[in-house]
Design a binder for this molecule. Structure first.
Ligand code: AMP
Length: 303
């Protein structure tokens, strides 16, 4: 079953305590699509400027990603600059230049509309709502967001949350959204507002998911020692999560077992993303390598 992904396509400048890279390929849609392409042929919707070369789109196409929904506009692509400190779980945004992303008006190609799975990566919640209305009736919708939208568009975001099946937030976002110190209490509050599944990402400490009828599952991250650039870990997690579900469910029922495995696949795929700058490591990893890490995660959690 097809997965549609809508989000940012960007150039990022990244600084870590150990290195700096200028204008490398990034964006929530880019990371999400490459991660999902391990399981499915995702169809993406985004906007790029004239600085976004064919070779950049070719990277996505070579992974089986359908780029028919990417529009190219006059001007520069979205640009983001971030800086990580010694604790690479936290980062600072140094610069955001919206450029062509400022007027992003996602147009969903006709052959995308009947897709069963939708990942609304981090974009303005008003655009997320527009995309939701353009789709026929997806079986499973996952949405991401960021601190900016919780700050300035909380009401729209609440509307998005009521209309999707699963929200993916990091620990800080759960606290910011709910004002609760305890993550489980916060996630339960978000669930009560009408979301079936709430995922809490905790960086190097793994991810937990809260579901219906008291369903709760938690999985550690794969222990990576050579963290090079954490950018895109969250988007890769979500892309792999929905990609796995789409490939396992094949239009049928989404079981709890599938959801659990999808969380572990999300963690395994994200563990490769952080081992390189930009999409370098993520785009070269094989399913065999992912499965090796799945096995390792199983070994370190069995008792
Ligand atoms: P993550 O590390 O998973 O949170 O995602 C990082 C990616 O999000 C980077 O490649 C950025 O280009 C992208 N990004 C940063 N700020 C925004 C924003 N305001 N809207 C959409 N995407 C963004």
């Amino acid at each position: 079953m097809a997965v549609v992904i809508v989000g940012s396509m960007a150039f990022d400048t990244i600084e870590t305590p150990f290195d700096r890279k200028e204008r490398v390929l990034g964006g929530s849609c880019t990371y999400g699509a490459i991660a999902a392409s391990l399981f499915d042929n995702p169809k993406i919707v985004g906007v790029v400027g004239d600085d976004f070369k064919d070779e950049h789109l070719d990277i996505l196409k070579s992974k089986g990603v359908d780029t028919a929904g990417v529009s190219r506009e006059k001007g520069k692509s979205f640009f983001w600059e971030g800086k990580y400190h010694l604790d690479m779980n936290t980062r600072e945004t140094i610069k955001t230049e919206l450029n062509v992303f400022e007027k992003f008006d996602p147009k969903i190609p006709e052959n995308y509309k009947e897709a069963g799975f939708l990942f609304l990566a981090n974009i303005d919640p008003e655009l997320q709502l527009k995309v939701l209305s353009s789709m026929q009736s997806p079986d499973f919708v996952v949405c991401d967001t960021m601190n900016l939208w919780i700050d300035i568009k909380k009401e729209k975001l609440e509307e998005v949350f009521r209309r999707v099946d699963c929200v993916v937030l990091n620990d800080e976002e759960v606290r910011q959204y709910t004002g609760k110190a305890n993550l489980l209490t916060g996630a339960k509050e978000i669930q009560k507002a009408g979301v079936t599944y709430v995922i809490i990402k905790k960086g190097e400490h793994g991810a937990s998911i809260l579901g219906p009828e008291g369903f709760y599952f938690s999985a550690p991250s794969f222990p990576v020692e050579n963290v090079t650039d954490p950018t895109g870990a969250g988007d890769s997690f979500a892309g792999a999560f929905i990609g796995y579900i789409a490939s396992a469910a094949k239009g049928g029922k989404i079981s709890r077992d599938m959801i659990k495995k999808a969380v572990v696949y999300g963690n395994a795929v994200a563990s490769y993303t952080v081992e390189g700058f930009s999409i370098d490591r993520l785009s070269s990893v094989s399913m065999k390598k992912i499965d090796e890490r799945i096995e390792e995660i199983r070994n370190i959690t069995l008792f």
